[in-house]
Design a protein around this ligand. Structure first.
Ligand code: NAD
Length: 514
């Protein structure tokens, strides 16, 4: 009989979107191979979890140093697989190194067992210890193939887990680099292992007996991941798409807001989960803002040169999505003030595009675009801006542009999102101590910060002896439900007046002596 390895001869060819050249050739792994990887990783995890928190932190620091040393090579592979500009590819390594540094410094303290209060059981001791899950399945997207994979692997590893990484089918070579860095930094070949393939491989990983799934990708796939994980009640963290709004108030520095909007919308060719995808601008400054945005956007250089400002979209499907959303908006009355067309290849380029006269009936204002398009909408006031920003199934990030900090806080408090930035955009992800994640269709659970670290441990509660008694006063008493003791306990802990409480305590002690 054929083995699965023989049956699944399909291969995955990673191609450069700028040239069409093959970057690498990888297997599309099926369920049997993936289960084998999970078993291998589980064996390594048993050893890794015995290492002290400090040893693990030192290993992560080695991974950081190796990443910094190999950053130019890593950036070249990222660029080859995604078509992004060199500066952006290189920046992925900086964000990864900063985050590893954060883990190195924070994890040993954050994951230390902690003393807990004992409530009414003062003769006991209580502790919380943070157990690793075991093997984590990390499924990652192509848009930040290095940064996101490093974070999706680094966090569980810091917490004592092993990881099976399933990178996007567009970026397996970048995934391979992540595996190499962790193997060298930890000195363990099988602690972090690579499962290459497509969505089918991702599904196989969810069903391969992993203890937790860390998924980053689209909301559509996120729903499938959650449904599949429900079969085995495997917990999931879902980091999904966005439709980020920027709100420009009348008192904003309009020149700055316009420059920020252009950067926030077009950086990474708009293929960032927290790209600016909608701008709501107060009536009084709308014309000035739009004019400044168009002038600024004209300066954005899109090309296949490594030094350009904006590179290629990942693949034809992405170009088609952008084109179709802009076309749909135009047929519904939107005006394209700049761009609005694909740029001839090689590569999958689309002009930086500014669109006005948009409304929430258009896909462009409701669906994730993931391309270099900035739709701008006029609003009456702050209230309407908040209402429109929240009128979305997504809720990842938002930004508020104003000179008034009190106004910024007032608006921030009303936005249904995971992160808010004032007078800037995107940058919150690069601050390692900040939790990152979404609301609604943007997912749940957090990466980064203490909250992200705790996603990969199971808090285990321990109760131990402080004072060993022969028997406990609350155990079964012959012929009694212990109501006398319970009444005394209630008076002692929650009664009014010191005397009554002391009396109750004495009553309890008498009860215990009996
Ligand atoms: P995607 O959902 O198509 O794929 C993500 C990963 O899931 C890939 O590795 C893919 O092979 C795998 N996959 C596909 N089908 C699967 C299935 N049925 N079961 C298991 N795994 C499956 O997303 P993408 O196109 O690679 O990435 C772009 C999306 O990711 C955008 O929506 C973007 O906003 C989002 N994203 C979110 C964040 C965040 O942190 N919130 C960060 C980056 C990207």
């Amino acid at each position: 009989m054929e083995t699965e390895g023989e049956r699944r001869r399909e291969r995955l060819s990673s191609r450069n979107p700028l040239t069409g050249d093959e970057v690498g050739d990888f297997p599309i792994m099926g369920p049997e191979e993936v289960r084998g990887l999970v078993d291998t990783a589980r064996a390594a995890q048993a050893e890794w979890s015995r290492r002290s928190l400090e040893e693990r932190a030192a290993a992560l620091d080695r991974v950081r140093r190796l990443t910094a040393e190999r950053s130019e090579e890593i950036a070249r592979v990222i660029r080859a697989e995604t078509g992004k500009v060199l500066g952006e590819a290189l920046f992925e390594t900086v964000v990864a190194c900063d985050y590893l540094d954060y883990l190195t410094r924070t994890a040993p303290k954050a994951l230390l067992a902690r003393r807990a209060g004992t409530g009414w059981l003062s003769h006991r001791r209580a502790r919380v210890v943070y157990d690793p899950f075991g093997v984590v399945g990390a499924i990652t997207p192509w848009n930040y193939p290095f940064t996101i994979s490093m974070s999706s692997v680094g966090t569980p590893v810091a917490a004592g887990n092993a990881v099976v990484l399933k990178p996007s089918e567009y970026t397996p070579a970048t995934g391979q680099l992540v595996i190499e860095l962790f193997a060298e930094g930890t000195g363990m070949e099988n602690l972090v292992v690579l499962a290459t393939g497509d969505g089918g491989t991702g599904e196989a990983l969810i069903e391969a007996g992993v203890d937790k799934i860390a998924f980053t990708g689209s909301a559509e796939t996120g729903k499938k991941v959650m449904a599949k994980a429900a079969g085995s009640l495997t917990p999931v963290v879902l980091e999904l798409g966005g439709k980020d709004a920027m709100i420009v108030c009348e008192d904003a520095d309009i020149e700055r807001a316009a420059r920020g909007a252009v950067w926030g919308a077009f950086y990474g060719c708009g293929q960032v989960c927290m790209s600016v995808e909608r701008a709501y601008v107060a009536d009084g400054v709308y014309n000035q803002f739009v004019e400044a945005v168009v002038a600024e956007a004209r300066r954005v250089r899109t090309s296949d040169e490594p030094e350009a400002m904006v590179g290629s979209l990942i693949a034809p499907f992405q170009l088609e999505k952008v084109e179709s959303q802009v076309r749909d908006a135009q047929t519904r009355g939107a005006r394209v003030l700049l761009g609005g067309r694909p740029i001839k290849g090689p590569g999958h380029f689309y002009e930086p595009t500014v669109v006005v006269d948009v409304d929430h009936g258009m896909d462009l204002m409701r669906e994730e675009t993931f391309g270099p398009v900035l739709p701008i909408m006029r609003v009456r006031d702050e209230k309407e801006a908040v209402q429109l920003a929240n009128d979305s199934p997504f809720g990842l990030d938002a930004s508020i542009w104003t000179r008034d900090p009190a106004r910024a806080r007032r608006i921030a408090g009303q936005l249904r999102v995971g992160s808010v930035v004032v007078n800037d955009h995107l940058i919150n992800y690069t601050i390692p101590d900040l939790p990152f994640g979404g609301v609604g269709h943007s997912g749940f659970g957090r990466v980064h910060g203490l909250e992200g670290l705790r996603e990969f441990v199971r808090p285990k509660a321990w109760v131990e002896d402080r004072l060993a008694l022969k028997r406990e006063p609350y155990w079964f008493e012959e012929g009694s439900s212990g109501e006398g003791l319970v009444r005394s306990l209630l008076k002692f802990r929650h009664g009014q007046g010191t005397l009554r409480r002391v009396g109750a305590a004495l009553g309890m002690l008498r009860g215990m002596k009996r």
